[in-house]
Ligand binder design. Structure first.
Ligand code: PGA
Length: 256
């Protein structure tokens, strides 16, 4: 059985005080003794150490929102996978659509980062997803295929134990326009069959595929109840405990 993951992508939000308060709220209310769902928070880089200290002793894990694919050197403004590990991260989000679109990240760069993260011992949350015009032009599967093929080039079946896929239709991110349960399930089923073809049945059966894009307490149960949806990557709603906790609970209920 695939254990659901509820991950919070805080993006460029919070300050020292609100980051600490958010984690305290999660620890106290929901995540402390939850073994049926994995909870991951991904704060901005400056608060990762603080987050890692705060989650100690709880089952909440910490991830970075991005990383660079070199170990060290003249890469002004970048953060290595080793640094993320050093400050207590277990995970890193790679290939988020905001990085693809705003920062021009290509599948081949994302692939280099994926290899570095995996060899450093970080779990990778690899984001894929189509633009609205691509969906409307019936190109969703072709886009997913291209991003998966590029992002996972050279990754072995064995390494896939440390990779989670996040399907995030770009038109649903931060827009309040969530994919229907059926749209999400269809894309997830496609991704799982892609994993079977590219790797094998075991990898396809074991890999968690998260949905992301305007997940809220009122739509979480429907999405997480789909057979191929194994959790959520949550942006806006991960910044408020009163919204994030019910989503964690929906994740737990989806396996109950
Ligand atoms: P959203 O963001 O939940 O605010 O739509 C999701 C994401 O970008 O990971």
């Amino acid at each position: 059985m695939r254990r659901p993951i509820i991950a919070g992508n805080w993006k460029m939000n919070t300050c020292r005080e609100s980051a600490a308060a958010l984690i305290d709220g999660l620890k106290g209310e929901a995540a402390e003794s939850r073994s049926d769902v994995e909870v991951i928070v991904c704060p901005p880089f400056p608060y990762l150490s603080l987050a890692a200290e705060k989650v100690a002793g709880s089952c909440i894990q910490v991830g970075g929102q991005n990383a660079w694919h070199e170990d060290a050197g003249a890469f002004t403004g970048e953060t290595s996978c080793q640094m993320l590990k050093d400050v207590g991260c277990q995970w890193v989000i790679l290939g988020h659509s905001e990085r693809r679109q705003i920062n021009g990240e290509s599948d081949s760069l994302i692939n280099q980062k994926t290899h570095k993260a995996l060899s450093t011992g970080l779990g990778v949350i690899l984001c894929v997803g189509e633009l609205l015009e691509q969906r409307e032009a019936d190109q969703t599967e072709a886009v997913l295929e291209e991003q998966m093929t590029g992002g996972l080039a050279g990754v072995t079946a064995e390494s896939m134990a440390n990779v989670v896929i996040a399907y995030e239709p770009v038109w649903a991110i931060g827009t309040g326009k969530v994919a229907t349960d059926e749209q999400a399930e269809a894309a997830h089923a496609f991704l799982r069959s892609w994993l079977e073809k590219r790797f094998n049945l075991d990898v396809a059966a074991a890999t968690r595929i998260l949905y992301g894009g305007s997940v809220k307490p009122d739509n979480a149960a429907g999405l997480l109840g789909q057979p191929n949806v194994d959790g959520a990557l949550v942006g806006g709603a991960s910044l408020k405990t009163e919204l994030f906790i019910p989503i964690i609970q929906a994740g737990a209920a989806s396996v109950a």
